[in-house]
Design a protein around this ligand. Structure first.
Ligand SMILES: Cc1cc2nc3c(=O)[nH]c(=O)nc-3n(C[C@H](O)[C@H](O)[C@H](O)COP(=O)(O)OP(=O)(O)OC[C@H]3O[C@@H](n4cnc5c(N)ncnc54)[C@H](O)[C@@H]3O)c2cc1C
Length: 457
């Protein structure tokens, strides 16, 4: 008999897989390389936004939604070029996932309805109070600690794996150089993508390679390497989530709700340079292409108050990175941009907000309200958050080989697996990070528990 039924490599979204497998009676071992993972991995850095199409929170809010509608949004955002079986599986189970996170894991799930995310045709992005991934991860880790069927090895790195006739042998390496082999029925690679691997980023993501990397230092592409040893296929490696709204001073996310509420971005000349409402991910490369590769996010007191619901924004405010001005002239002076240019941008945006014009010169049609009263600005940088391509998986999160056959016992989730964002940065919809991280881990656990009943239950 194997040492365990399932090894989960990576304690980010992978913890959902560990909890699901234990719920189904499997003996689980979580191996995590980073001792400080609770504040160092991507899940902990996220805004804890998790899509669920057709959830009970949506029904209570009178929001009509369905997996088909969600799949349609994914298809539209990626122009039809995406990993369809994976997207279909995730859209189909997304409501079950958020309800399970609430009911089984005990997350205080809520459905923010105070803003719309670009590309989602229904309000379906669920979160938790504080809207921060560190709280999400703490909840998951606390639930893992209470589960007697789950053991953890932290810090320990899954360095390699190989198949024997009986099962899989996973090599775990420790910081002191020791190594140990653990036998398991299945291995879930939940080690995220390759954002911290400069060589791979330069090869696959040249348009964002010079921008700041704002993700986990442990995302070095281990799943790609381990998967390759099994003959696994990889796809959509050019896909990534960028973000145009990283505070230059606080090095924290300002959040794009500022834009969705009617804010806009100017460069040092006080002028806008595109349609910010297309999405924060693709706007990162647009901002990276501007002189100085930075900009100012401009908004007002109403937007400032609304954005205080986000823990990240509160951190930006507390860092002193936010500038104020009672008038356009005062704000322009405070951030050092020409007042005439900034005033002209406010006039154009207000005309669209009031409905006097249907669109601005870049095609942007939506500014929630004219900016008024005290004005605010934060200096922003473009950033690479995480990569979206990875090991090809099927609807059970099984890793596939070059012939599209499942590799027995091998699963992948989150940034380790192929995502649902198509190519480049433009296919990224809010929630496309956490849904594959939590959802594929959940699907892998469900499948492996049924396929590999190694222990007596
Ligand atoms: C600032 C920021 C905000 C974001 N906001 C959102 C959001 O609101 N909604 C959304 O959907 N997505 C968001 N994302 C993306 C989302 O956070 C990620 O897509 C998701 O968390 C990835 O989960 P994961 O399990 O793949 O990776 P991680 O959470 O990074 O977990 C992987 C773990 O594996 C460990 N590891 C790596 N290699 C090994 C190894 N060989 N052996 C053992 N352990 C290893 C790492 O230390 C890490 O703890 C955001 C990302 C960032 C950076």
């Amino acid at each position: 008999m194997s040492d365990v039924d399932l090894v989960v490599a990576g304690a980010g979204g992978g913890l959902a897989g560990a909890l699901r497998a234990a719920q189904l009676g499997a003996r689980v071992l979580v191996v995590e390389a980073n001792e400080h993972y609770l504040r160092g991995n991507n899940t902990s850095m996220s805004t804890a936004m998790i899509p669920g199409a057709g959830s009970r929170w949506q029904r209570a809010a009178g929001i009509e939604d369905s997996p088909e509608k969600f799949l349609g949004d994914i298809a539209a955002k990626t122009h039809g070029d995406f990993a369809e079986p994976v997207a279909e599986a995730l859209a189909g189970m997304s409501a079950e996932l958020v309800e399970w996170l609430g009911d089984h894991v005990g997350l205080p799930i809520e459905l923010p309805t105070d803003f719309d995310y670009p590309g989602h045709s229904a309000q379906r992005v669920h979160s938790i109070p504080g809207r921060h991934g560190s709280r999400l991860l703490h909840h998951l880790a606390d639930a893992v600690a209470q589960e007697s069927l789950i053991d953890t090895l932290i810090p320990g790195r899954v360095a390699a794996a190989r198949r024997t006739e009986e099962d899989l042998l996973v090599t775990v390496s420790y910081p002191d150089g020791r190594e140990e082999e653990i036998s398991t029925g299945a291995l879930l690679l939940a080690t995220n993508g390759y954002g911290a691997n400069r060589e791979l980023v330069t090869e696959h993501l040249p348009e964002i390679a010079d921008a700041e990397y704002h993700g986990s230092e442990y995302s070095t592409g281990d799943a790609l390497r381990i998967g390759a040893d099994f003959g696994a296929a990889a796809s959509y490696l050019d896909a990534y989530q960028g973000h145009a709204g990283l505070s230059a001073e606080a090095r924290t996310l300002v959040t794009w709700t500022v834009v969705m509420h009617g804010g806009f971005v100017v460069t040092a000349d006080g002028r806008r340079f595109g349609d910010e409402s297309t999405g924060y991910s693709e706007y990162a490369a647009v901002l990276a292409g501007q002189p100085g590769a930075s900009g100012w996010l401009i908004y007002d007191e109403r937007i400032h108050s609304a954005t205080m619901a986000f823990g990240d924004y509160v951190d930006v405010v507390n860092s002193g990175a936010v500038r104020h001005g009672e008038s356009v002239a005062e704000l322009a002076d405070s951030i050092g941009v020409p007042v005439e240019a900034l005033a002209a941008e406010l006039v154009e945006a207000s005309a669209v907000a009031r409905g006097d014009e249907s669109r601005d010169r870049f095609g942007r049609t939506r500014f929630e309200q004219p900016l008024s009263g005290p004005l605010y600005a934060v200096r922003i940088l473009p950033a690479l958050f995480h990569t979206q391509g990875g090991l090809v998986v099927d609807r059970h999160a099984r890793v596939l080989d070059a012939n599209s056959d499942p590799i027995p016992g091998l699963y992948a989730s989150g940034g380790a697996a192929v995502g649902i964002s198509g190519h480049g940065a433009a296919g990224y919809l809010a929630g496309n990070g956490l849904l594959p991280a939590l959802g594929l881990a959940y699907l892998a656990a469900t499948h492996s528990a049924a396929e590999f009943p190694r222990s007596e239950r």
